[in-house]
Write a protein that binds this ligand. Structure first.
Ligand SMILES: Cc1ncc(COP(=O)(O)O)c(CN[C@@](C)(CC(=O)O)C(=O)O)c1O
Length: 401
């Protein structure tokens, strides 16, 4: 009998299982609000104009080859990525205590960081928000860390359970790792205020916890690269350690290029050197060296001030469109007199919003209205357009009335 017949069913991933259900729905009006990828007003994926120009420039440069990159990736890309997240005048960078390794987008950065921590961090417990991105628990568990949750989302207020969060972080053992989503929290769309982040920082530092930032949406949440990096910079400014996973999937639309970076801020240059050597011991047997194309696109754009400016304009355009979808959906729900307070839709930030719909309401909307969202009631605002907002508002009205 075949060996493969022992394959166990995969655990239900809230994002993937919906994508398959949507794919199998024959309805001509079906609407997929589950995948966290940007869509234009016409419902199409977007390749940024500045990315097309960068690729053209690269294709015309006949001096380029396809040799292996160094284990830590394209040096220019690493330097520019560090600057993008930490800012132009970061003391940590000036003191050479920052390590940046090009990784396979945000997921790869998280996994490489987790494998490094599983070997070297004395505390193997990693706290993640409740709820958090569906892939986080498995990334960290498979790396050998033990995953625990801290309270984050309050279903009643559809906002942050701030006291619960502070209490749980305050009770974490010294040296524990804490995953903090830098902006545009997935799946809830709920971010702490800057004042709340300052209190979170104080607890993290006073309890000697190790922050691991997941920065998958820099610039994509507020429309400003600097504003969406404020939280990370607030922690780095206090001289403490942290890890940061960066992704260019959303803010540069490079989903399929798998381009991101793991940055580790250490307490000294000497520690940074040792940390870099140990991280590269993770990389070499995992995928040897990272892919060259995505890194070359990013470096081409970040090192040229005109292209960088063009990028910030297109990036703000994407963020603004998502914010206007929030406004339009909120107004459409108000216009229908749908019962309940729906102001969270315009208070939330980033790609996603937790609608607050129950799992059975989500299933009902899929069955009756052919509108697909993840079972936790998350919708990707980027998947909406002015044309489809009424369809969603009608469906929400029907299932909550
Ligand atoms: C918070 C967070 N971190 C990291 C990643 C990883 O992205 P990357 O590896 O492409 O850089 C995602 C993507 N989450 C998506 C957009 C994709 C998915 O889960 O399939 C989502 O729909 O939630 C994310 O939402």
């Amino acid at each position: 009998n075949s060996i493969l017949s022992i394959v166990l069913p995969a655990p239900k991933d809230p994002v993937l299982s919906v994508i398959f259900a949507y794919r199998d729905d024959p309805s001509p009006v079906k609407l997929n609000l589950s995948a966290g990828t940007y869509r234009t007003e016409e419902g199409k994926p977007l390749v940024l104009d500045v990315v097309r120009r960068a690729e053209q420039q690269l294709a015309n440069d006949l001096s380029r080859d396809k040799e292996y990159l160094p284990l830590n990736g394209l040096p220019e890309f690493n330097k520019l990525s560090t600057k993008l997240i930490l800012g132009d005048d970061s003391p940590a960078v000036k003191e050479n205590r920052v390590v940046t390794i090009q990784c396979l987008s945000g997921t790869g950065s998280l996994r490489v960081g987790a494998e490094f921590l599983a070997t070297h961090n004395k505390e193997r417990v990693i706290f993640v928000p409740d709820p958090t991105w569906g892939n986080h628990p498995r990334i960290f568990a498979l790396a050998g860390l033990s995953v625990e949750y801290f309270r984050y989302y309050d279903p009643k207020s559809r906002g942050l359970d701030f006291n619960g969060m502070l209490e749980d972080l305050g009770a974490a053992p010294p040296g524990a790792i804490v995953v903090l989503q830098a902006c545009g929290h997935n799946p809830t769309g709920v971010d702490p205020t800057f004042e709340q982040w300052e209190q979170i920082r104080q607890v993290v530092r006073s309890k000697s916890l190790l922050p691991f930032f997941d920065s998958a949406y820099q610039g994509f949440a507020s429309g400003s690269l600097d504003s969406d990096a404020q939280v990370v910079r607030m922690f780095v400014a206090d001289g403490g350690e942290c890890l940061i996973a960066q992704s260019y999937a959303k803010n540069m639309g490079l989903y399929g290029e798998r381009i991101g970076a793991l940055t580790i801020v250490c307490t000294s240059e000497d520690v940074a050197k040792k940390v870099e050597d140990q991280v590269l011991l993770v990389v070499r047997p995992m995928y040897l060296t990272p892919p060259i194309h995505g890194a070359s696109i990013v470096a081409t754009i970040l090192k040229n001030s005109d292209m960088y400016n063009d990028w910030t304009i297109e990036l703000k355009g994407m963020a603004d469109r998502i914010i206007s979808m929030r406004q339009q959906l909120y107004e459409a729900i108000q216009a229908r007199g749908t019962p309940g307070d729906w102001s969270h839709i315009i208070k939330h930030i980033g790609m996603f919003t937790f609608t607050g719909l129950s799992e059975e309401q989500v299933h009902l909307i899929a069955k009756e209205y052919h509108i697909y969202m993840t079972y936790d009631g998350r919708i990707s605002m980027a998947s909406l357009s002015s044309k489809t907002v009424p369809q969603l508002a009608d469906a929400i009205h029907a299932v909550v009335t």
